[in-house]
Design a protein around this ligand. Structure first.
Ligand code: IMP
Length: 424
């Protein structure tokens, strides 16, 4: 059984917890897109792990982890994560495999991301400043790209880095009047990356196809959410990779039909970090209530997340483009205590009602949410482990989400721990 876990909103849906749970019955967990802009929180017992690059399965000692070609690998962050897990006696030796074709996020990418965002002022995208856009730009541009495989040939890498840094410094100086970076210092860092990361480098496409032939069970772990997909999200307020399930085959060289089940993860409400239209946003006491109870602050940047009601319009769209089979509904406990809940069932755009999600940012910014109001529930539900023990209004809420999205909700999150999950 191979599964793929995909966020169906603007990221931060709680994928890390679902991947961690499903990893128990998987031989291999694969990250195939995005980079250290992702932030996956996994809570095991009393320990909280915050991962940006390593697959969420890495906290399970028996699980093999793959970082495939579609990931933008920040070697510095990756080494820090490997070392942090090592300090907790979790070793990745012999069970982490990184694609030689994966592109590397270099210091100049992070600098470029920061300088560009600063220069855009109020028009900035609100990126995580992790160098993701500049790294993927260099991948598409090809001439200035650096990949994991380049760490294997330091002599060549030195020459290559000198040329790239010369070019980047000209841009930094001309456009931003910024301090240049040193090619020598960057090369010294790359020598360390080469030494420490080379043991993990391999041809992950070949590795995964062999694993499939051997009947291994593989879990593909999406990063970010479908609405941040470069081609199918709310452009330009998106990330620079295909974060919907459409990115899975390209990001790891394994056909989508290998996956038996695409599991879509949603929160019982909606959040968004960074700029961009958000029709169901509640920039008011309701939004603050959700933010406080759901601890809606970015794992990667610490930024307060924008919060709003559950919006069935984009989720239905993400289900359609992603061939989603079933849903994991997270953070249901966050909504306890609200007398009434709104669910956005349609948009009104230019005087017309529609259930179709416009990805065009200008059109989406003209959309007004059309709500259905349902009764809330008072009780805390963090200790509930059986669906039938949820307050009736909470059960009804879950059923209404199923009706509106047309997919069964098979898992419900009622708290951050593994154990706080209801299976249906
Ligand atoms: P970038 O991926 O850092 O370039 O950021 C582009 C947009 O995607 C910004 O709005 C970010 O806040 C958002 N974003 C990127 N990664 C994540 C994530 O893991 N969760 C939520 N939002 C994200």
């Amino acid at each position: 059984m191979n599964s793929c876990v995909i966020g169906l909103q603007w990221g931060d849906e709680g994928k890390g917890k679902i991947v961690d749970i499903l990893a128990e019955n998987s031989d291999i967990v694969v990250r195939y897109s995005g980079g250290a802009n992702a932030g996956h929180t996994v809570v095991v017992g009393d320990t909280k792990f915050k991962l940006h690059l390593l697959p969420s399965g890495s906290v399970r000692p028996g699980t093999t982890c793959v970082i495939a070609n579609g990931v933008a690998v920040d070697p510095q962050v990756l080494l820090e994560e490997i070392e942090t897990l090592g300090q907790q006696d979790i070793t990745l030796n012999g069970r982490l495999f990184i694609s030689g074709n994966a592109h590397l996020v270099m210091d100049y990418h992070k600098k470029e991301d920061q300088l560009r965002e600063e220069s855009l002022g109020k028009n900035k995208l609100g990126t995580t400043v992790r160098g993701i856009g500049p790294c993927y730009s260099d991948k598409v541009g090809r001439s200035y790209a650096v990949r994991m495989d380049d760490l294997a040939d330091l002599e060549n890498l030195k020459v290559k880095l000198q040329a790239i840094v010369d070019y980047k410094n000209k841009v930094f100086s001309a456009l931003y009047d910024a301090v240049p970076i040193s090619a020598d210092e960057l090369f010294d860092k790359c020598k360390v990356y080469s030494e420490k990361l080379s043991p993990f480098r391999t041809n992950t496409t070949q590795f995964l196809h062999k694993a499939i032939a051997d009947g291994k069970s593989i879990l593909f772990e999406g990063a970010q959410g479908s609405l941040l997909d470069l081609d199918h999200g709310t452009f330009p307020f998106v990330t620079s990779s295909n974060s919907s399930s459409l990115g899975m085959p390209a990001g790891c060289g394994v056909p989508a039909k290998t996956v038996d089940k695409f599991i879509g993860v949603i929160k019982a409400y909606t959040t968004r970090v960074g700029a961009g239209p958000f029709p169901a946003e509640q920039d008011n006491d309701i939004g603050q209530y959700i933010r406080d109870r759901g601890q809606e602050y970015g794992t990667t940047t610490g930024r307060p997340r924008r919060c709003g009601w559950f919006d069935a319009v984009p989720v239905s769209y993400a289900i359609t483009i992603g061939a989603i089979d079933c849903i994991a509904l997270m953070h249901l406990d966050t909504l306890s205590g609200l007398k009434e809940l709104n669910i956005c069932k349609a948009y009104e755009i230019d005087g017309e009602q529609t259930r179709f999600f416009p990805t065009n940012a200008a059109q989406l910014s003209r959309a007004t949410a059309v709500y259905e109001t349902v009764p809330g529930w008072e009780e805390e539900i963090t200790e509930v482990s059986d669906f039938n023990d949820l307050p009736e209004n909470a059960q009804n809420y879950v059923c209404r989400v199923e009706e509106m999205t047309g997919k069964p909700v098979t898992m419900i999150g009622v708290g951050p721990k593994r154990s706080q999950t209801i299976f249906r």
